[in-house]
Write a protein that binds this ligand. Structure first.
Ligand SMILES: CC(C)(COP(=O)(O)OP(=O)(O)OC[C@H]1O[C@@H](n2cnc3c(N)ncnc32)[C@H](O)[C@@H]1OP(=O)(O)O)[C@@H](O)C(=O)NCCC(=O)NCCS
Length: 305
């Protein structure tokens, strides 16, 4: 592409449904296994307290790239940049990264953090711009077939779906605040409003496939899940420190597997930070197997001028 053509590139916030559909179209070309939905994007925009902006880049009205930028509780802004394959090596990704940097700067941030597929060629694009790997999400999945073993919770623990107990959301947040500190590499300090929007109210979250563990009236753990067609994508699984190593998380995930089978889902997908031994071991014990197609590396680097 010539410089003159690149000067026709228009990068703008994706705000209308048409913009969001264009963004989804680009995302599906770049990452065919992604499951973006307008309802989730709309919800994220309307509930964000962190300056979330989705970006869509068009060349002669044709969507060619997309991205986002959002503040975090640390000094970096979370971001993404994706260019359709036939438009790469033409400066579009750089332009989008510069725009994401400009917006991150105005949010008071000094760096960007992006996730890439672990085998993605764009990793070297970021490395050439000073980005380094700071973590990784290892994905695993479980094919659902037949009747799962019944879920038997440990003594004194009751497992109930979140639909049955809509009153326990604040108590779930207390579990989150304690547990998030034990996830390697995870930023901490998310407000209850931001947590609730992401973990509870997101349109794809299923209250029937999300469960809480209760001991003598106290919420001691929870596990949440999104449904996309015939796939379930696990969200956070968390148990209060005083209740760990007693089989609480195992019972929560077994309840999810059981409910997912009854709902007729085909597959459950999840991931955990590569240093998160407890979660990695738990998933392996439940029969989840590595699914590199979904694994990502987390890259952090300087704002681009
Ligand atoms: C991961 C977590 C939910 C596990 O909860 P838990 O109730 O203690 O887990 P369980 O007692 O059901 O453990 C079941 C199995 O998982 C594995 N496991 C759990 N904790 C482990 C640890 N600290 N080290 C190694 N393996 C562990 C073991 O295989 C265990 O079986 P075993 O006790 O018979 O050996 C809990 O450690 C936690 O809340 N961590 C912080 C939040 C987090 O990292 N969530 C996952 C984000 S993706």
């Amino acid at each position: 592409m010539h410089a003159a053509e690149l000067s026709q590139l228009v990068i703008a916030p994706a705000e209308t449904d048409e913009d969001l559909e264009a963004l989804i179209a680009v995302r599906k070309i770049v990452t065919p296994n992604a499951r973006p939905q307008v309802a989730n994007l709309r919800h994220a925009l309307s509930s964000s307290t962190a300056g979330l902006v989705f970006l869509i880049a068009r060349l002669a009205d044709e969507p060619v790239a997309c991205g986002f930028v959002e503040s975090s509780t640390e000094s970096f802004a979370a971001a993404d940049v994706a260019v359709v394959p036939n438009m790469r090596r033409a400066g579009i990704g750089s332009a989008l990264l510069t725009e994401a940097s400009r917006r991150a700067r105005s949010l008071g941030k000094d760096s960007l953090q992006l996730e890439r597929k672990s085998d993605d060629a764009s990793r070297s694009f970021l490395e050439r711009r000073g980005f380094e790997k700071v973590g990784g999400e290892e994905a695993v999945s479980l094919r659902l077939a037949g009747d799962p073993a019944p879920s038997v919770p440990p003594d004194g623990i009751t497992i109930v779906s979140r639909r049955e107990r809509p009153d326990v959301v604040e108590a779930m947040y207390e579990v989150f605040v304690e547990a998030e500190q034990d996830v390697p590499g995870a930023p901490t300090g998310e407000t209850i409003e931001a947590w609730r929007a992401r973990e509870i109210d997101r349109p794809s979250r299923s209250p029937d496939l999300s469960f809480v563990a209760i001991a003598a009236g106290e919420v001691v753990g929870y596990a949440v899940l999104d449904v996309f067609g015939d796939e379930g994508h696990h969200g956070f699984t968390a148990v209060k420190r005083a209740w760990r190593r007693r089989g609480v998380a195992m019972a929560l995930k077994r309840a999810q597997i059981d409910a997912a089978c009854r709902r007729g889902l085909d597959r459950l997908i999840t991931g955990s930070e590569e240093r998160n031994l407890p979660m990695g071991s738990l998933n392996a014990k439940l029969g989840y197997r590595p699914d590199p197609e979904w694994s990502t590396v987390v890259m952090r680097g300087p704002l681009q001028a």
